[in-house]
Write a protein that binds this ligand. Sequence first.
Ligand code: PEP
Ligand code: MN
Length: 671
Amino acid sequence: MKELREKINILDKQIIGLLAERRKLSRQVIELKDEKKAPIRDKEREKEILQSVLKTAKDYGLDSHYVTKLFNTIIEDSVRLQQNQVLKTTNFENTASIKIAIQGIEGSYSYLSAKQYFNDYGDLEFVKKKTFEEVVKSVENEEADFAVLPIENTTSGSINEAYDALMDSSLFVVGEEIYQVKHCLVSKNEIPLSKIQKIYAHPQAAVQCSKFLSKLTDIEVEYFADTAMSVQKISESESSDTAAIGSEEAARIFNVTVLREEIANQSGNYTRFLICSKRPIEVDLRIPSKTSLVFATAHSAGSLVDALLIFQKYKINMTKLQSRPIIGNPWEEMFYLDFQGNTADSNVKSLLEEFGKHTRFFRVLGCFASKEIEVAKIDVKDIEDLPTPTINITSELPKVKTESKSASVSYKLASRNYKVEDTVIKVGDVLIGGNNFIVMAGPCSVESKEMILECAKEVRDNHAQILRGGCFKPRTSPYSFQGMGFEGLEYLKLAGESYELPIITEVLSTEQVDEVARYSDILQIGARNMQNFPLLTAVGKINKPVMLKRSMMASLDELLNSAEYILAQGNRQVILCERGIRTFETATRNTLDLSSVLVLKELTHLPVVVDPSHAVGQRDKVIPLAKAAKVVGAHGIMVEFHPEPEKALSDGPQALYFNQFRELMKNINRL
Ligand code: PEP
Ligand code: MN
């Protein structure tokens, strides 16, 4: 063991050395690019790198998803390094030592995000303040060079005090940083959870970990102004029944023990910070950037809309709009607005000039490099040499009929007459509807963690877009396997996250809707529940796409009325699914009604997908029907597969073998 570990350690050191070497080369590349004023990013070159490393990875038998993830990170780092270098040379000549003002102490999230942002700069000195106003003041009076202000959090929303401090200041925004907040439970020494009587926490942190805290009985929470302070207090206290909520980094800084990692209610918890300074910066036009404004419009009807329409006119995308009350002017608001664009760009200059005319207060807070870096994606076709499509059936939309019968339909929001354009639903990077064709695939039921991870890899490796898996199963017999419930849902979510796939799962009852919606990207209403009106009403109230399956006993008119139940509650993201109906024919499980696709596309703007697996019930007939679905113009298919169909706990006979699924994916991409 010792020998092997030593060998691994040596390899790891070499990997780090190579990464450092690679960064050095990146720096030289940007110098050359700068001389020639060439673009910083070369997406073709990035694609070439990915293609070539994937090829090498294949030769070594390494997983392609793993290698893609790794190299996306490496390329992202390289792009950021080059962008920072350009920013530094134009704006910050003397960065050998810089002073950064933060609210809080060492180990606070402001501190950690500042270290992340200024990673490529020289020595950092921190000016620690108690309030956001003091932070801002210290930059105004040149005690510090930069202020780092937390401005919004993905779980708890805008941080108003930070906005207000910025509004009252004369500072400019010169950068942004996004930091992933991972709350841990820490204590001075290892103690069992049952011994804990008191918890030190920042109020926001306590809210974000409320579920975990509610599981601890009889505890008292004492509040602190920042998370690091609560951790510091733990390190100084003598009591053995006290814990704090803080980051792993803070635990390291104050040398305390991490009892539990990631105790927040939600796993994707990010805070966005603004980097501010006394002078605005210039952002090279080659760097994707954002601009921040603060403004107020006239207190009259339509004045805000008039101002915002200017963005439409100049085709500039807004990324944030936030209002704050104006102190002393009741019911009047000041707005913060971020958009994608550079103040040095002539289109943006014209926009700002025109926008200003619609305001009664207007200040450009600054232009800065966007934190998000878009990674170059490689297409399936680039790696697998698939032939280019010869016919594009899905783009031929059926003609929309606007006959007088429309007046009598009992559904309105679902109809083409209400909305002529196709509804396109965006789930992560996946588009459903319009001219897109997607594949949702996975097992009928999630049966174990390992099994769903294996299935997710299969979905990813074959370039299907969405992972399915049932956790709550509507079974004909009460003695059949009923699904793994929330435990299965945990595994499904893990599998989706591990392979960067959105997930879909069925929700069976109204009580489960909110909880399932927290995990799943799309909620499925099964055929047996198509007319469960309370359930339709419940999913109509959430802000997640819903896939509504046609009941085996329902007409298309009934299906559309059921969709109307969801739409009428506010949820406009509904996908319809044809999954076979009951006819007098008993040779197949159900009868796949492919003509429904054509009819539905005429009657409704909603996306229509086809599930051949439940329709036909026999695996050897799934592939031809899936292809047929694409040919008639469905927006996608849902198919079931299983690592070992003979052992499946549900719907084994219709589950494809992995090699059949691979065959299907190759064939369907060729269509
Ligand atoms: C399913 O997709 O898992 C399912 C149960 O399908 P249906 O509701 O169409 O029977
Ligand atoms: Mn099934």
